[in-house]
Design a protein around this ligand. Sequence first.
Ligand SMILES: Cc1cc2nc3c(=O)[nH]c(=O)nc-3n(C[C@H](O)[C@H](O)[C@H](O)COP(=O)(O)OP(=O)(O)OC[C@H]3O[C@@H](n4cnc5c(N)ncnc54)[C@H](O)[C@@H]3O)c2cc1C
Length: 320
Amino acid sequence: MQAFDAVVIGAGPAGLNAALVLGGARRRVLLLDGGPPRNAKATAAHGVFTRDGAPPVCLKTIGLEDLAPYPVSVLPGVAREARALPQGFAVRHDGGWVQARRLLFATGVRDILPNVPGLRERWGRTVHHCPYCDGWPNREAALGVLGSGQEGHHLALSVRAWSKRVTLLTDGPDELTEEQREDLARVGVPIFTGPILRFGGVDRVDVRFRRGGRLTLDAVFLNPTQQQNSTLPASLGCELNEKSRVVVNENGMTSVRGVWAAGDMTGAPQYVMSAAATGMIAAVSLNTTLIHEDVRKFGAAFHKSPGEETGEPPSGGEAS
Ligand SMILES: Cc1cc2nc3c(=O)[nH]c(=O)nc-3n(C[C@H](O)[C@H](O)[C@H](O)COP(=O)(O)OP(=O)(O)OC[C@H]3O[C@@H](n4cnc5c(N)ncnc54)[C@H](O)[C@@H]3O)c2cc1C
């Protein structure tokens, strides 16, 4: 079984940056790339330092290219199973088993969209969730917010900061308090409670209501619920919080020794830059534990790079 210092699972911004930092720290790393990042359906990513407006697929391509100088192997494929061993972990991916001293999960979350016909097809194009990501291209446009209760109120007020023309679509009873209705009235946000039949339109969103009537909007914002993409952290015993996010400390350590997590799957703010930042923080913390372990185990040879003759390789090496 091939052995690595760390297996990083997931090649979104968190996993790519974690692999970059670990590779730059001379660690032998396997990055398992299970597919496109969460924002793959979007045409452009915003709020991304030095790459504002780049298509998410380009960010990933650049992220993978940046790994080239480092001892990072990238394997396309999904991690299917993870087991704790007396010393480290074994991970089964589409091509077999590998061994790792440490694991870093960056597997992200899956958005669960409301069940309105025509909505899924428009996700990332004319249906969005985050005004910080997609507010600027839609500034002063005719915008809808799909939601009710506290979440609908909060998102409608946020989106209202980008455009004066915002309508709250509650798709049924609005579940708003009197105070929330007053807030919305104060900033001129009308509330449509009619159940929605479907979303249509190509460059704009044509909202058809069940009881007749339609509304044409430039874009719609909503707040999807989410699920973990991977059940492996939970299967290893990592604690999850009430929102099903993996609980980590400020260094990205999970409740299971030897396992780190970064990005959207934790409680971190869900943006490209935050995911990349938490990937770096987790990688530094993970590497620090390896340094301390290797100093105790190998003394002066602890820092030898992969492949150098050190007797027993401190950094990965081929396990039998
Ligand atoms: C439509 C949309 C638009 C967005 N726009 C913006 C924006 O403009 N600006 C911004 O800052 N943020 C934006 N975001 C948020 C941003 O996409 C996320 O915060 C960011 O992608 C999180 O990165 P991550 O690495 O944590 O997870 P992800 O990007 O979700 O990456 C996780 C990766 O892990 C892989 N994976 C899952 N399970 C496994 C497994 N078992 N084995 C191997 N791999 C696995 C997944 O396939 C995926 O590639 C947007 C999100 C959406 C949905």
